[in-house]
Design a protein around this ligand. Structure first.
Ligand code: BV8
Length: 234
């Protein structure tokens, strides 16, 4: 590929073949819980034990899974990409981070977890973030502030996603936008393809099946990420 500014957006579909459940599939995460019950600030205020346990369970599951060929293909691409490379993930797992760590050092690898990270916790009083100290209790005390507690470092519905300034700048300057493994159901991520089109970028969707935004892409390739991503990356 020639020198171009690349923005890649991933969703839970890229981690599905690693054994991480997606959100809206029949057996997805939300099936076990209503979103309102576990992924909103109101839910945390109402029932912190339920919310902490929902995330404690997902963290424990993460220990047993590995990055797959799609994660590694993106890490390899970043190592040899000539232009700007920004990987934005909606996923809160650390599979992109681990794939990058397993890749020989190369050029820049910029990764933004726009919906937070399972393996981090956040102080409710100061907002400071730390590595996950182990399962969080309902009233887990914060090490940063006497009046604070530790909550998951997760962007819940109704909260501002992380890294938006950087993401918006990258979309305004990108030549190629690739969306992988996302249903296009959640904003603002679902609006990124339109922003890339306004910047004149070529837009590609790699997904198991058509997403809600498929019609906005110049090219769509359907199939499992571990097959379509390595082929696309080349
Ligand atoms: C905000 C953390 C403003 C939790 C998550 C505009 C219009 C309508 C609504 C809104 C709007 N703007 C804002 C909203 C409200 C809301 C929203 O979008 N609601 C939707 C449901 C209608 N958005 C928000 O609240 C966002 N905040 O806008 O704040 C603001 C402004 C100022 C000040 C303060 C606030 C915050 C959204 C973040 C919510 N948190 N995650 C957690 O993880 O526990 S979202 C959650 O959904 C995950 O992060 C997930 O990644 C994300 C998207 O889901 P997908 O990843 O796409 O997963 P899904 O199952 O849906 O799809 C999987 C896809 O993969 C499928 O297409 C499938 O076919 C495919 N697939 C499956 N297997 C494979 C595969 N593909 C390839 N290979 C395979 N093997």
């Amino acid at each position: 590929m020639t020198r171009r500014n690349l923005v890649i957006l991933t969703g839970s579909g890229i981690s599905a073949e690693s054994g991480v459940p997606t959100f809206r599939a029949a057996d997805g995460l939300w099936e076990g819980h209503r979103v309102e019950d576990v992924a909103t600030p109101q839910a945390f205020a109402r029932d912190p034990a339920l919310v902490q346990d929902f995330y404690n369970q997902r963290r424990r599951h993460l220990v047993g899974v590995q990055p797959n060929a799609a994660h590694h293909a993106l890490a390899d691409l970043a190592a040899r990409w000539e232009g700007d490379f920004l990987l934005v993930t909606q996923n809160v797992d650390d599979l992109h981070d681990r794939a990058h760590a397993e890749t020989p050092p190369g050029r820049g690898f910029e990764l933004i977890h726009m919906h937070g990270e399972l393996l981090k916790a956040q102080c409710t009083a100061s907002g400071r973030v730390c590595d996950w100290p182990g399962d969080l209790a309902a009233d887990e005390p914060s090490p940063f502030h006497p009046a604070g507690r530790l909550r998951p470092h997760i962007v819940w519905f109704g909260e501002m996603p992380l890294g938006m300034d950087r993401i918006e700048r990258a979309l305004a300057a990108c030549d190629l936008f690739v969306s992988i493994g996302t249903s296009g159901a959640v904003y603002p991520a679902a609006g990124f393809v339109q922003q890339a089109r306004w910047a004149g970028a070529r837009t590609v969707e790699l997904n198991l099946e058509p997403s809600l935004g498929s019609r906005l892409f110049d090219e769509t390739r359907h199939g499992p990420a571990t097959e379509v991503v390595p082929v696309f990356v080349g």
